[in-house]
Design a binder for this molecule. Structure first.
Ligand code: SAH
Ligand code: F3S
Length: 432
């Protein structure tokens, strides 16, 4: 059997794209996955371009692929950097066999046949394509609900690499969920760059769900499905109907990502995010009011062009008020083809680093308090992985990593667990 080595960088959507590529390849010819570069017949790097990991790093990495690969092995560059650099990748590294964009995943079996194939069209429409089945986790599935992104956040390259937003018809989504459940999944994560903008545009007329709230209702009717998660929603589209559904639908896990980016209304305007500090706080307060046990995570960028000390204090203020359960924070990185890269008032890198350190260390203190407060609680955990030392790991409804002593009988089961101790990232408990 042929062997495939696939390295996936970036977001959940990329992880799903890699699964789709594996499934499509297997439709034609069976592959086994390998972690060993040297024995692979096909080597794929599925790239991310959201922050500048210097392009040279990609080239040095594929240079290693070239050196270590066995004779005749093919090398492919896929994902967002493939979309954005296209044939320049092959110009610079002629040993790359194919380049496949983030919106052309279904063409994987075509491009491996053609020397130097480049498929990167960002107007290609895969919204009705039914991919083969493959998932890395037997108990959890990821299901795409839309492709592309129509927002033009001024810092973000994703609309350039993934193209305009098109929603996948809900009957296809429900079918995917049903297939996943039939093959053992208990939990599904609905994926899109902007999930709660669902229904903005379909490629034809569709009968089913027309917005995200309706989609959640349809998906939750799938029998045997126990948990629904989704990522990522946009704070702007968190209307009251959506919050009601989130709060009251028992299958929806009480974990939500609310990407802040900045606490300063002025900066949010320059980021073209479409909401204010007050709107963001209002949504988070409302979520906590309706669902007291909710976990809220966020993304924050520091050092966005023009960020003053006062702007940054606004961000710190939101951090204090909301007390996020998880924080993904980044130093602003200018990206090609984005408006903010041209803004004149870029922030000094040392100042941005200082702000990032301050933000992260305050968040860690908050996170420690939040995690310590979990001790003594009872939580429902879906167990998914065996760990060393006779431990089994899973996730609570609100998305926290929980470990217990146990064996494979727990895998795929949802059990009540009493939390006995905590550190900043893991809760340890006992199955009741
Ligand atoms: N809507 C997407 C966002 C993709 S980018 C999603 O659902 O995940 C993921 C995060 O990367 C963004 O929320 C933002 O915080 C960060 N990011 C995007 N562009 C960036 C840039 N130019 N510099 C630093 N961080 C960036
Ligand atoms: Fe990027 Fe904003 Fe879309 S962060 S992915 S342009 S919602």
């Amino acid at each position: 059997m042929k062997k495939l080595y696939i390295e996936t960088l970036g977001c959940a959507m990329n992880v799903r794209d890699s699964e789709h590529m594996i499934a499509e390849l297997n439709k034609k010819e069976p592959y086994t996955l390998t972690q060993n570069l040297e024995e692979a017949d096909l080597i794929i790097i599925n790239t991310c371009s959201v922050r500048e990991k210097p392009v040279s790093k990609l080239f040095s990495e594929i240079g290693v692929f070239k050196k270590k690969r066995k004779e005749g092995a093919k090398i492919g560059v896929t994902g967002c950097t493939a979309s954005h650099l296209g044939k320049d990748i092959i110009k610079r590294a002629p040993y790359v066999d194919f380049v496949l964009g983030a919106r052309n995943v279904s063409k994987i079996t075509e491009v491996i046949e053609k020397k130097h194939a480049v498929e990167i069209a960002t107007d290609y429409d895969e919204s009705n394509y039914v991919f083969g089945e493959f998932r890395s986790n037997p108990y959890k599935a990821m299901v795409n609900i839309s492709i592309g992104c129509d927002k033009q956040c001024s810092f973000c390259i994703v609309p350039v690499t993934r193209g305009e937003e098109i929603s996948i018809p809900s009957n296809l989504i429900v079918q995917e969920v049903q297939k996943a459940v039939a093959s053992g999944a208990k939990e599904v994560t609905l994926l899109g760059q902007n999930v709660n903008n669902y229904g903005r545009r379909f490629s034809g007329s569709v009968d089913g769900a027309q917005n995200f709230t309706e989609l959640l209702q349809e998906v939750s009717k799938v029998e045997g499905l126990e948990r629904i998660r989704f990522t990522s929603p946009h704070p702007l589209h968190m209307d009251d109907a959506f919050l009601e559904e989130f709060a009251n639908n028992p299958k929806i896990c009480k974990q939500i990502h609310v990407p802040l980016q900045s606490g300063s209304t002025e900066l949010l305007k320059r980021m073209k995010r479409g909401y204010t500090k007050e709107w963001f706080l209002d949504r988070c307060n409302k979520i906590r009011e309706m669902v007291p046990e909710v976990a809220i995570s966020t993304d924050i960028i520091v050092g966005f062009p023009g960020e003053s000390d006062a702007d940054f204090e606004d961000t710190m203020d939101v951090l204090e008020q909301v007390r996020f359960d998880a924080l993904f924070s980044f130093k602003y990185s200018p990206r090609p083809h984005t408006a903010a890269a041209e803004y004149p008032d870029q922030v000094d890198s040392a100042i941005a680093s200082e702000r990032l350190t301050r933000l992260q260390s305050r968040h860690r203190e908050i996170q420690k308090e939040i995690m310590d407060a979990q001790v003594g609680k009872r939580v429902a955990v879906l167990f998914e992985e065996l760990k060393e030392g006779g431990k089994v790991a899973g996730r609570s409804d609100d998305g926290r990593l929980v470990m217990v002593q146990g064996s494979e009988e727990l895998l795929g089961e949802i059990k009540e667990v009493a939390i006995k101790s905590a550190n900043i990232t893991v809760l340890h408990g006992e199955v009741l």
